[in-house]
Design a protein. Structure first.
Length: 389
């Protein structure tokens, strides 16, 4: 009797890493948002640039500068997308320390540039550099690197307090500029990262009460912030004063209708909306492209966030997951808050719209961050498979 053939043993591969495949859908939506933002910068800023003597009445002034930063950001994205994201671990402490020192330097009179009663920029020749943009990435990177190694400490309340102390120090320095919106952005993104890393719900809820009290205290302590809240409740009450900006934004959105007035045809950008190329550029999008254009912009951001979450879930390690979650959180919170402000769904705060609002430092760093996410997407964790050996 012939011996039965032995069946080959099967081995369970618990983790397989697929290298070298970039998420081109994520890249595609980034490039579309960048191009869309540049077009809207050109349209929104032309009247303001032409009317200003500071720009030598050059209608393309803001567009040219934003285009320059877009090119710089593109180069940065190309580099970071090909730079192994694991290498960022070794830079985490240096970058967070460097960003903190820059936040201190910007507060020094004579170095920090004051614009609209806020000292947030450092003049580097013809370039205004904003340290808080580096601080956003610095905190995200440090938290990702640290939590990926020490996530177990989050099970204890004391371990969570260490990270909250770091956030508190950064919040204190940034509020000295002052920069309320940036402070809230960093705190919110870090809170999401802590939750993803395993922080207990009961600990987060315990800290939520003093956190809310602190935010309310910061609002009450600054009369202009409190005025923004009261104006939000009834912007038409002081239509020619504090309510002017939001009312003009609502006029722009309403006049856009379904299909908009057409690219370049906005009326509100002609000195009605202050600095329409900045935080209120979404109102110009609505006026020129209507509801259809607004929905497209929101859909693009939603798809970017969706792909980012998918990349985070497929990352082969906790560091890649947390780094991606932190970066995507920065984009998601900024987009959500900016659109909410422009549509008068929340009080006015200086939160820019990523890829759209004018700002060179923000655009270049955002593009570099997108490159990091793309690099993480090259290291994919696939579904466990059973293979014969």
């Amino acid at each position: 009797m012939r011996a039965a053939r032995r069946k080959p043993k099967k081995k369970l591969n618990l983790l397989k890493i697929k290298l070298g495949t970039m998420d081109y859908r994520f890249l595609g939506v980034v490039l579309i948002l960048l191009a869309f933002g540049l077009i809207m910068i050109l349209s929104a800023s032309s009247p303001v640039a032409y009317a200003s003597s500071m720009t030598n009445h050059n209608s393309f002034y803001y567009f040219n500068k934003q285009l320059m930063w877009a090119v710089i950001g593109g180069v940065a994205m190309f580099f970071t997308s090909n730079y192994d994201y694991q290498n960022w671990k070794r830079w985490a402490k240096i970058i967070i320390l460097g960003s903190f020192l820059l936040l201190i330097v910007v507060l020094i009179p004579g170095i920090g540039v004051v614009v609209n009663d806020a000292r947030r920029w450092i003049q580097l020749g013809p370039i205004n550099f904003q340290p808080s943009e580096v601080a956003k990435f610095g905190v995200v990177l440090f938290f990702a690197a640290s939590l990926s190694k020490n996530y177990k400490v989050l099970k204890k309340f004391g371990g969570l307090l260490v990270y909250l102390a770091i956030l508190g120090i950064f919040a204190l320095v940034i509020m000295m500029e002052p920069h309320f919106s940036c402070t809230m952005l960093i705190l919110s993104s870090a809170a999401i990262m802590l939750f993803v890393a395993g922080a207990e719900w009961k600990h987060i809820l315990t800290l939520a009460v003093p956190g809310v009290i602190g935010i309310v205290g910061m609002v009450i302590a600054a009369p202009y912030r409190l005025k923004r809240v009261t104006t939000f409740l009834d912007p038409f009450k002081d239509i020619r004063g504090d309510g002017w900006q939001i009312v003009q934004s609502l006029y722009a959105i309403g006049s856009g209708g379904i299909f908009g007035a057409g690219i370049g045809q906005s009326r509100q950008k002609y000195l009605n909306i202050p600095e329409p190329q900045n935080d209120f550029i979404f109102a110009i999008v609505c006026e020129e492209l209507g509801l259809v254009g607004a929905v497209i912009v929101i859909a693009l951001f939603a798809f970017l966030i969706y792909r980012g979450i998918k990349i985070a879930m497929e990352a082969p390690d906790l560091f890649g997951t947390l780094l991606t979650v932190g970066i995507i959180s920065l984009i998601a919170i900024q987009a959500l808050v900016n659109i909410a402000v422009v549509t008068s769904s929340m009080p006015v705060t200086g939160m820019p719209l990523p890829f759209f609002s004018y700002g060179g430092t923000a655009l270049a760093i955002t593009m570099a961050e997108m490159g990091i996410v793309l690099n993480v997407s090259k290291h994919k964790k696939t579904i466990p498979e059973v293979v014969s050996k």
